[in-house]
Design a protein around this ligand. Structure first.
Ligand code: PLP
Length: 360
């Protein structure tokens, strides 16, 4: 007999398998329709089992945020991985050991990073990050910085893999039309840099873009070769507030127990180290959204999760001690990263317990 939800020790991270499978299939189909390969960012779930589902649905490789994730997934058999984070000089030797085993893409946006790779004297595969409007990392697309880095990569005997960007600025827009415009701005900027490099006879194979809010709205990705959304596997309240998904698409939730109650409020065993402290769409007024109390669905009149300390979560209403409460997260990537395991559930049946590979 498979265990039931109410048998689980709390706090427990729950993955709704029906929704996950739907989300994975829908994005694979979307990438296919847009004519780009899909390289999902697995930092959202850090689960080998989910990465395998994404590959089975057509993903050509995966994206990771840490070398630790890259190593774990490589050990599990994934052999085409992009570490989509600016190269960390103190980890270049570790990256080389992995690049000797699998196809590992690395990302740079500075001559210093290229030099740290070149010093290893290994034919690394190197992507150049371009800032297409998010203004976090990446070279300025209106300058020749990408050309300069590409020439340095090639001169050092490494392989220039292509251009890569991340449209995190799509998170600032909450209509489909605006998010589509961000996706188009990203596409236009990165493909124009690629065209400029090709005009200088610099072979530019890959053109990699993406974020979940841009990818769920993009209408045309001409000139782009691959997309790297991550959050879409689970979605969350932030994506729902942007219109990138509906509440019924959110595959991740936290099961928590009321452990103390007064006439005014109740306390559950899901604090900041279960939910994360991402304030989400309500800028911190609600640290998640209750969707079930004692196994029964609740609507918008449900108590709110109004405060989090390390292990305590505070609800704005009294509830009997022992009551099980299920909460949707503001930001699923950070919530998932609070846990070492998740439970794969279908309805109220627990079908599996998967490792969440946290680590550095
Ligand atoms: N690529 C890079 C470099 C990222 O940093 C991220 C997320 O932070 C992604 C892709 C995936 O974006 P999202 O989680 O919005 O799908």
């Amino acid at each position: 007999m498979k265990p039931l939800l109410h048998d689980l020790p709390t706090p427990a991270l729950l993955v709704d398998l029906d929704r996950l499978e739907r989300n994975v299939a829908a994005m694979a189909e979307r990438a296919d329709r847009l004519g780009v390969a899909l390289r999902p960012h697995v930092k959202t779930h850090k689960c080998v089992e989910i990465g395998r589902m994404q590959v089975a649905a057509g993903a050509t490789g995966i994206t990771v945020s840490t070398l630790y994730e890259a190593e774990v997934f490589a050990t599990a058999g994934f052999d085409d991985i992009t570490w989509a984070f600016p190269v960390i000089p103190s980890r270049v030797a570790q990256a080389r050991r992995l690049a000797e085993r699998i196809r590992l893409g690395l990302v740079v946006d500075s001559p210093e990073a290229v030099a740290s790779l070149a010093a290893e004297r290994f034919p690394f595969e190197v992507w150049i990050k371009v800032d297409c409007g998010y203004h976090r990392c990446g070279v300025d697309p209106t300058t020749d910085a990408a050309g300069d880095l590409a020439r340095r990569i090639e001169a050092a005997g490494m392989r220039f893999a292509g251009l890569l960007s991340h449209s995190g600025n799509a998170y600032d827009h909450d209509t489909d039309q605006e998010r589509a415009a961000i996706a188009e701005e990203e596409r236009a900027r990165i493909t124009s840099v690629a065209d400029g490099l090709r005009a200088e006879s610099i072979e530019t194979r890959g053109v990699s873009v993406g974020s979940t809010p841009a990818m769920t709205a993009a209408r045309d990705l001409a000139g782009v070769t691959e997309a790297r959304p991550g959050n879409y596997a689970y979605f969350d309240l932030t994506q729902e507030s942007l219109g990138a998904c509906s509440l019924d698409d959110i595959a991740l939730s936290v099961l928590t127990t009321v452990v103390s109650s007064s006439t005014e409020h109740a306390v559950v065993d899901a604090g900041a180290l279960a939910m994360s402290k991402d304030g989400g769409p309500s800028a911190g007024r609600a640290m998640g959204r209750l969707i079930e109390i004692a196994g029964a669905p609740v609507g918008s009149a449900a108590p709110e999760l109004v405060g989090l300390s390390q292990e305590h979560g505070k609800l704005d209403r009294s509830l009997a001690v022992g009551t099980l409460v299920r909460v949707l997260p503001n930001h699923s990537c950070l919530t998932a990263a609070c846990f070492d395991h998740c439970y794969a559930v279908r309805g109220d049946r627990v079908e599996g317990r998967w490792r969440v590979w946290n680590g550095r």
